[in-house]
Design a binder for this molecule. Structure first.
Ligand SMILES: C[S@@+](CC[C@H](N)C(=O)[O-])C[C@H]1O[C@@H](n2cnc3c(N)ncnc32)[C@H](O)[C@@H]1O
Length: 245
């Protein structure tokens, strides 16, 4: 995809699903723990950050998002200037990518209209709304439909998929093959032609990640910690380069 081909989508209005909670008593019991960490999640929370109730569980805290943005930039050759975020959520990562000023084009894909509305609103608070191309779509459909215009030699993918499914918090080793609703294979299949960074549970099975390494190449896996505890790991996976026949 060239920079010219990327167009800015509509601004999605905030919906009844989007909230800026200011009192603990307004917050559902199962997100009160996250609300207590609101300034670690978004330092500008009080400027009016909005999230859907589900977004609280998946949002990447700002210090982690900033470090991931720094590391992905450092690991990526300058020839790659387009970043696609397959699961933009409330904007935690994509705002950090935009603030890094490393990418000429950033495409944020989110399928839930209330969540993309929150992400756009939050990006506006951080002053980067205009720097992001917003796509309201299923990311798998979007990548398939745009495969002829996405240039793998210039594009990288960031994916922070939902981690739902059995045993995310209880299993000692997280099985990426049964990750719900998308397995590691489903995600890797659509990313593998490009360098990618996958944001995964900290206990993810490293043997399953290692199997994704292209021949003769290595995957870098980084644990991201806050206050002494790992929040997640990111697997930085080089593109599979098709053999020339
Ligand atoms: C873990 S959250 C992403 C959090 C995000 N990185 C952040 O920091 O705010 C995953 C998001 O992916 C969205 N999603 C799930 N499946 C999708 C798909 N096929 N295409 C686009 N978005 C999808 C969900 O609605 C959810 O908002």
């Amino acid at each position: 995809m060239t920079d010219a081909e990327a167009t800015v989508a509509d601004y999605f209005p905030l919906t009844d699903e989007c909230h800026h909670y200011t009192r603990r008593s307004d917050v559902l019991w199962d997100i009160q723990k996250y609300w207590a960490q609101r300034y670690s999640i978004f330092s500008l929370y009080d400027e009016g950050i909005n999230m859907t109730d589900d977004s609280w569980f998946g949002v990447t805290p700002e210090p982690v998002a900033n470090k991931v943005a720094e590391d992905f930039a450092a690991l990526t050759p300058n020839s790659k200037t387009v970043l696609i975020d397959m699961f933009a959520g409330a904007g935690g990562n994509v705002i950090a990518f935009a603030l890094s000023k490393r990418w000429l084009t950033i495409i944020a894909i989110e399928k839930d209209p209330s969540v993309i509305a929150c992400a756009q609103h939050n990006a506006n608070i951080y002053g980067v709304y205009e720097d992001i191309t917003w796509v309201h779509d299923d990311s798998f459909s979007y990548l398939a439909a745009n495969s002829s215009t996405i240039d793998p030699s210039r594009t990288v993918i960031f994916a922070s998929p939902p981690w739902g499914g059995p045993g995310y918090t209880t299993d000692k080793i997280f099985n990426l093959n049964t990750m719900y609703p998308y397995s590691i294979k489903q995600i890797h299949d659509v990313c593998k032609g490009m360098d990618s960074a996958l944001y995964l549970p900290r206990t993810s099975d490293l043997r399953q990640i290692a199997k994704l390494a292209p021949e003769e190449k290595k995957i870098e896996v980084v644990q991201y910690c806050m206050e002494g505890a790992s929040k997640a790991l990111v697997a930085y996976i080089p593109a599979v380069v098709p053999a020339i026949s």
